[in-house]
Design a protein around this ligand. Structure first.
Ligand code: SF4
Ligand code: SF4
Length: 374
């Protein structure tokens, strides 16, 4: 079966509603997907409380999708959970990112996934991860729209349509998944979790994303200039990853998303409607560059190994003591207990013998004091 993906060039967020409508019209319009009165959930990507503007789904982009969906149903909700388990921080992130005001203005409801009940979900034919506690709202809506922001990522090297499912499980479980599944296996676990949910349509904000060497929170703005839409998350991720110059067979969520059958990364099975994809400059994550270099020296047998938990291409984190405020959030969030807290000298340090390179310390450091080693 062919996956139809709509692609429209857009250098900025001006007239964004018209541009998203044009993208959806290539697929027959939103009325081709949503029936009048259906209960619709929008799942954007807020990423973190204090993240740079372009690490999160653009607010005007989300607002335009609400307006488009509202032409068919008024029963609209927005749900999300940032990368933190700190009580109340998700709600604060809603306010900081402008979601509370937007919901009030548009008269849609917000769902704080941090306080939602969970549904234990068995994963069918798991690659590695047999079950997940998924937030209940993901099971109760008539129609769910996935609204990812395209960015670089230290483990899956890109984050887009497939990886956006991670915002539908609690942060503590994300930590456990990092601990249990490393290297390529982490990407397999993300694909397994995606398969336990029901996203009906993806509309990707790849107009301005984030690239760079660290976590997306530390990166820099990347002008990519595209809106993508379709029902196949793997095809969407594959197209935008090609545009940004990645090798698809090195991106675990695409490689294993294709293998598991949640979508296709085979361009013979993808029909691109609208504008032609053109290569855009994108600064690849340093862990990805390490992987590319490593893959050139490895023999095929190692490259094709089915179960791969190798993390040798991932850099260790390091702490810039001059920026550290000794808040200890990194130690609280480290699933491997690899952060040594020295209360006497009010310093923290990383025990590399215990570190599993999950980078949850980076994501939880409000002072941006943790970097990947050069
Ligand atoms: S989270 Fe950052 S600022 Fe807080 S103790 Fe750790 S390194 Fe220091
Ligand atoms: S030190 Fe950081 S990267 Fe290492 S295991 Fe702990 S949280 Fe993960």
């Amino acid at each position: 079966m062919t996956s139809k993906i709509a692609l429209i060039k857009s250098e900025n967020y001006q007239n964004i509603k018209d541009k998203i409508k044009s993208t959806l019209n290539l697929l027959g319009g939103i009325e081709n997907f949503i029936h009048p009165g259906q209960k619709v959930l929008l799942k954007p990507n807020l990423f973190g409380y204090d993240c740079p503007k372009h690490a999160a789904t653009n607010l005007e982009f989300l607002s335009a999708i609400i307006d488009i969906v509202k032409e068919h149903t008024l029963n609209i909700y927005i749900g999300e959970l940032i990368a933190s388990d700190q009580p109340g921080l998700n709600k604060k992130a809603f306010k900081k990112h402008g979601l509370i005001e937007l919901a009030k203005e548009k008269q849609v409801k917000l769902i704080d996934f941090q306080t939602s009940s969970l549904k234990k979900t068995t994963i069918k034919d798991p690659l590695v991860c047999a079950w997940a506690d998924i937030v209940e709202p993901m099971k109760t809506f008539d129609f769910i729209i996935n609204i990812p922001k395209f960015k670089g990522h230290p483990h899956t090297y890109i984050t887009g349509a497939v990886k956006n499912c991670f915002g539908c499980i609690r942060d503590s479980e994300r930590g456990e998944i990092h601990k249990e599944f490393q290297g390529e296996n982490f990407g397999k676990a993300v694909v397994d979790i995606y398969s336990g949910m029901k996203f009906d349509l993806t509309i990707m904000d790849a107009i301005i994303g984030m690239d760079g060497d660290e976590s997306p929170a530390y990166g820099s703005e990347a002008k990519i200039g595209y809106i993508l839409a379709g029902t196949d998350p793997v095809a969407i991720d594959a197209i935008i990853s090609k545009i940004t110059g990645h090798e698809l067979n090195l991106l675990p969520t695409i490689k294993y998303g294709h293998i598991k059958g949640i979508g296709t990364a085979n361009f013979k099975e993808i029909k691109i409607l609208g504008d032609k994809p053109e290569k855009r400059p994108f600064k690849h994550h340093k862990n990805y560059i390490n992987l590319v270099n490593k893959s050139k020296t490895q023999n095929k047998d190692i490259k094709n190994k089915k179960s791969n938990s190798d993390t040798s291409n991932l850099e260790f984190p390091t702490i810039d003591k001059s920026k550290c405020t000794f808040c200890q959030m990194c130690a609280i969030n480290c699933p491997a207990k690899a952060i040594i807290v020295d209360n006497e000298n009010r310093t923290v340090s990383i025990d590399e013998s215990k570190c599993i390179k999950c980078y949850r310390c980076l994501e939880s450091c409000q002072g941006k004091a943790i970097f990947l080693k050069k």
